[in-house]
Design a binder for this molecule. Structure first.
Ligand code: AMP
Ligand code: ZN
Length: 485
């Protein structure tokens, strides 16, 4: 399969660039994942759905992927809570990690190749610190190890932060650690008390700083630099700047990341949705309000990932209406019973023959290849809705149904990205008779006709009519059915 050229807005260069992975059959992508101490809120979920959109888009573009998302299961909140509840860190984080994966499953997020955990990457973090020690970029104070940004000239290159402008006394780092110079960040924290979770390592007894895990995991999984790194926009500084400093400081000759992508925030009343502000909904909160998970997915992915999205239940309701419109067209196409083998197992291998459908497919793929422009991609979906409905409105019982068939298949291909459309007709109320029985009667009638037993064939048609089922024979020799109005 040939690949489609993609263009991404690279946070590092600030420009939209042609995406040039090292190997199209092994595109390496790393995304910062959840800190597992509570349910994710739908703001966090927006950033995870963005990773799914990136994955599904590149797969549609013909790339093969090797993708990772970390699970942060070492963190001050986690350690403090597990001490409070008198349970181990593992016991404390397990249900939250499970809840995270359950949320992803509910939202049709595809599984990635790797989900490394901080607790399983201690040795990799220790070796990274040792390499940084060798390169003279760290110092130790009271058993804590810090990265000295003064010794790393390229600090600020990613986020364009002006290091000289970073003021003393301002909190830059989310870690709840003490340090001498506010601009430096901690790589390793000495154990403070007996009860605190710690690891006995070559560099001492303690635990790693948060920024370190991503650099170490990327090294562990990929061995060198990667093609794409993603995260929420709030991670650009200091987290990603620090990752860049750690990895580039340790391996100065290598490029750490080719393309940095950052997803904008989900807002509530103009403010970032966050746990600390208390202005958040979890997925469960929204499901309990009666919204289907696919409406939530559709809503969160339909805005461009680099645009802020203001969340409200009324906006979510609008998305439900939009999704219903698309879905109704798909149901109409399904109801026309045009496909004996309706939906292929996968979108791969679907080929369109009609120029109008081919053009829409190209427009759709071009939109996603243009920095994942989902609003533009959605415009092609609605154009498909329009032309499909127009054709269905004009259809007569002996119309050629190739157009409808290709419309349906294009919706199916588009769903490889959106993952919100349904291709099973909702079970119709058929006065107590089953669809299977109807199909069986159609098959019997076909055989009767082949045997030139037109009396039986007609009586089957009549019997179905009596049950309120109308048959139509297409030019291609297929028989479709519909409920009498
Ligand atoms: P955390 O679980 O806090 O480590 O965050 C997981 C991911 O969610 C990170 O990539 C954050 O940047 C992202 N994130 C946090 N709040 C929001 C928000 N309101 N909108 C979008 N992404 C967010
Ligand atoms: Zn990270």
């Amino acid at each position: 399969m040939t690949t489609i050229p993609f263009f991404f807005q690279n946070s590092k260069s600030g420009k939209k660039e042609l995406f040039q992975p090292k190997d199209v059959n092994q595109v390496t992508i790393y995304s910062c994942g959840p800190t597992v101490y509570n349910f994710a809120h739908i703001g966090n979920i927006r950033s995870f759905l963005f990773v799914d959109v990136l994955r599904r888009s590149l797969l549609l573009g013909g790339y093969k992927l090797n993708q990772s998302m970390n699970i942060t299961d070492i963190d001050d909140k986690i350690i403090n809570e597990s001490i409070k509840q008198n349970i181990s860190v593992e016991e404390f984080t397990k249900p939250w990690t499970d809840a995270f994966f359950k949320d992803l499953e509910t939202l049709q997020v595809q599984k990635l190749e790797h989900y490394p955990k901080a607790t399983e990457s201690i040795e990799d973090m220790v070796s990274l610190i040792e390499t940084l020690q060798k390169n003279g970029l760290v110092y130790e104070r009271d058993g804590n190890v810090y990265f000295s940004i003064q010794k790393f000239e390229r600090y600020g290159e990613l986020s364009k932060i002006d290091v000289s402008g970073m003021k003393s006394g301002v909190r830059y780092d989310a870690d709840e650690y003490e340090k001498d110079d506010v601009r430096d960040f901690v790589l390793w924290k000495n154990q403070k008390s007996e009860t605190e979770k710690c690891w006995h390592t070559r560099i001492g007894t303690g635990r790693p700083g948060w920024h370190l895990e991503c650099s170490a995991m990327i090294r562990k999984i990929y061995g060198s630099g990667i093609d794409i790194h993603t995260g929420g926009i709030d991670l650009l500084f200091p987290h990603h700047e620090n990752e860049f400093a750690q990895t580039t400081g340790a391996y100065p000759k290598e490029e750490f990341v080719g393309t940095w992508l950052h997803c904008e925030h989900l807002l509530v009343d103009g403010e970032k949705m966050s746990k600390s502000k208390g202005n958040f909904y979890t997925l469960r909160d929204i499901l309990e309000k009666g919204f289907e998970s696919r409406v939530i997915r559709y809503h969160l992915i339909s805005a461009h990932y680099r645009s802020k999205l203001n969340f409200s239940l009324s906006k979510l309701e609008e998305s439900k209406v939009a999704l219903d419109r698309i879905q109704n067209t798909i149901y109409r196409l399904l109801e026309s019973h045009i496909l004996t083998d309706p939906i292929p197992a996968t979108w791969e291998g679907i080929v369109f023959s009609l120029p109008e459908i081919q053009k829409l497919e190209v427009d759709f793929l071009n939109a996603i290849a243009d920095d994942l422009n989902l609003p533009k991609a959605l415009a092609t979906v609605f154009e498909l809705v329009r032309i499909a409905n127009q054709s269905l409105d004009q259809k007569t019982s002996d119309s050629d149904l190739t157009f409808e068939k290709e419309c349906l298949q294009l919706f199916f291909k588009m769903n490889a990205l959106f993952a919100v459309f349904q291709f099973e007709k909702p079970k119709e109320e058929l006065n107590g008779i089953s669809e299977d029985w109807i199909l069986e009667q159609i098959e019997k009638r076909k055989i009767a006709k082949q045997n030139k037993d037109f009396v039986t064939a007609d009586s089957i048609r009549k019997e179905l009519e009596n049950q309120g089922i109308l048959l139509a024979d297409t030019k291609e020799g297929k028989t479709t059915w519909k409920k009498a109005q």
